[in-house]
Design a protein around this ligand. Structure first.
Ligand code: ASP
Length: 404
């Protein structure tokens, strides 16, 4: 019997959890012998990110054609990202309140008085999107800067007469296609990669570390399900008439990859493959909306920040006011733009959210131990949001074809 890749990935995931549980008392075995294979798998995927984002965005921007259409599609994409992310933080805050996870865990009072450290400003993140040296941005893998440069190249190329830009565009088109091809090869190793990634996470996060924070984990996981089913499911149904079930089935391979790699950027090649092959989104829209989303759209991360901010406030006995909650919503939504789509990116941004309302940064240490468990779920939400946006935008631009 020939199993589908998604099924094989889920088997890898399941076996990883089982073996991880068995190795709990001896987690060094998982760390020494199994984890390197997981790291190897992630490195293989990461190898594709910079050339893929550069080439697909150049092709995406140049195939959209004029600047007006590009602005229209970009505008719709950004609106979708901002609204759904703001929604996500609100769900997070609400669940944080309902679960009352921090009540009962108390921290020494003197920490409360401690001044929050100065947060890096959001303005500087936004100003930094223009690379002074694009080659440096490529070498360092600075995604926001690479996106800006690729968009300029794509726009520049289309505003030239065709004879002058044809060779340039077809080179990058070819490069993007080669990257998709390599993705296919690498993904055939995914069941093993996923197994090797999950086993050490389960083995080293024993029950002891999970129990006290089980409510936080529960709140984040439930929030993630709500965001996927209600927010993305509803918008998919309302704006593209696609059944949420078809949508989820079509993207399951990307979801499993996101869950095990905890990286939106790392999942990007798989996300592009899922929406174009399984859901009928045109290459043009997928190659524009998805690289952008993998970098700036983080609904799951924002949701997690809502839950954690409320949890930390409760632990330190701080009663957040309505306007402080508003500040958290704005900071987490905009902060998502500057969050790197890599494992742990959201934990760093959480410090900015905490500082924005003067909560003690020491609270981060409570979360750090379980962050990977939370990261797996929030990354699934992040990439689901990217793919939902691609379907909604494709439909509105008449770029969604029926898949048999
Ligand atoms: N790991 C997440 C992602 O790549 C970012 C985060 O840490 O929240 O989407």
């Amino acid at each position: 019997m020939k199993l589908k890749l998604t099924t094989k990935i889920f088997i890898g995931l399941f076996l990883g959890v089982v073996v991880g549980l068995m190795l709990q008392s001896n987690s060094s075995i998982a760390m020494t012998y199994i984890k390197p294979f997981g790291d190897l798998f992630i490195n293989l995927i990461k190898m594709l990110i910079v050339p893929l984002v550069l080439s697909s965005l150049i092709v995406g921007a140049s195939s959209i054609g004029d600047i007006k259409t590009l602005g229209k599609i970009g505008g719709k994409t950004l609106l979708y990202y901002l609204f759904t992310t703001a929604f996500a933080v609100s769900i997070g805050l609400l669940l944080g309140k309902l679960f009352n996870a921090g009540v009962g865990i108390s921290m020494p009072v003197e920490v409360v008085a401690q001044e929050a450290k100065e947060a890096p400003s959001l303005i500087s993140t936004l100003l930094n999107v223009v690379p002074k040296n694009p080659i440096k941005a490529l070498v360092e893998g600075n995604m926001l800067q690479i996106i800006t440069f690729a968009l300029f190249l794509g726009i520049g190329a289309t505003s030239l007469e065709e004879s002058k830009s044809k060779a340039f565009i077809s080179f990058f088109d070819s490069l993007a296609n080669i990257m998709y091809q390599i993705t296919g090869f690498i993904m055939s190793l995914a069941p093993f990669g996923v197994f090797a990634l999950i086993t050490p996470v389960v083995a080293s996060n024993g029950i002891d570390i999970l129990l006290p924070l089980i409510k936080v984990i529960g709140a984040v996981y439930i929030g993630c399900v709500i965001q996927i089913v209600i927010v993305y499911g509803f918008t998919i149904k309302a704006f593209s008439k696609m059944s949420p079930f078809t949508f989820l089935k079509g993207i399951s391979e990307a979801m499993a990859t996101g869950f095990s790699t905890s990286s939106s950027s790392g999942t990007l090649p798989v996300s592009i493959k899922c929406v174009t092959k399984n859901l009928g989104v045109s290459d043009k829209i997928a190659s524009f909306v998805l690289p952008l989303g993998a970098t700036i759209n983080m609904g799951g991360t924002a949701l997690y920040q809502g839950v954690c901010a409320l949890f930390i406030a409760q632990v330190y006995g701080v009663d957040l006011t309505f306007s402080q909650m508003g500040t958290i919503i704005i900071t987490a939504t905009l902060g998502a733009i500057g969050t790197a789509g890599v494992p742990g990116g959201g934990l760093i941004m959480l410090s900015i959210v905490l500082s924005s309302v003067g909560l003690p940064l020491e609270g981060l240490t409570l979360i750090a131990g379980i962050d990977r468990i939370l990261d797996m779920a929030r990354t699934v939400v992040n990439i689901t949001g990217d793919m939902a946006a691609s379907v909604v935008v494709a439909k509105s631009e008449n770029e969604l074809k029926k898949v048999a």
